[in-house]
Ligand binder design. Sequence first.
Ligand SMILES: Cc1cc2nc3c(=O)[nH]c(=O)nc-3n(C[C@H](O)[C@H](O)[C@H](O)COP(=O)(O)O)c2cc1C
Length: 166
Amino acid sequence: MGKIAWGITGAGHFLKESLALIETLDNVDLFISRAGMEVLRMYSLKSPAGAVYDKSASTAACRQFASGMYDVFVIAPATSNSVAKFVHGISDSMITTLFAQSGKSRVPIIVLPSDTEEMVDTMGATKPLKIHPRPIDLENVERLKKFPGVKVALTPEDLAAALKKI
Ligand SMILES: Cc1cc2nc3c(=O)[nH]c(=O)nc-3n(C[C@H](O)[C@H](O)[C@H](O)COP(=O)(O)O)c2cc1C
């Protein structure tokens, strides 16, 4: 398997499953959004050692993506906020800039969105929750599926299977 860049956004849904998957891999560089850092703390989870948390306006790490350091960029879990920015071409934060740069540098992308069904049973930070993603959230996932070079994984199992092909 090639070198993986992995972005974690501020989604509680699929967070534990994503961290469990990362633990099975030894070739991952982690990039965590500001909200991702906060949500990890709320779930009493530690951010894995060596993770990049870049508050700069330009995202220095995007140079490594442009120079071919990574074989795939995974964003898991991906919030509805990040997915909305991805599909509208907005790159105003570390993860959204890395998504845009990966597209421009032809680095394959795999996204595991948190909001893919009309009703999501999830474990909140302190108790189980029912979440009802809005039509706009579901539409944005559909738009993302049509992006060239992007694979949308609907479950952590889908993501694990997609990674085996890298
Ligand atoms: C405990 C907690 C859990 C959250 N889980 C989700 C989630 O599963 N999906 C989602 O779209 N937003 C979730 N959010 C809201 C996002 O963190 C928020 O929209 C944030 O601005 C996303 O920023 P990012 O996309 O840059 O990481 C959660 C917030 C909190 C406090």
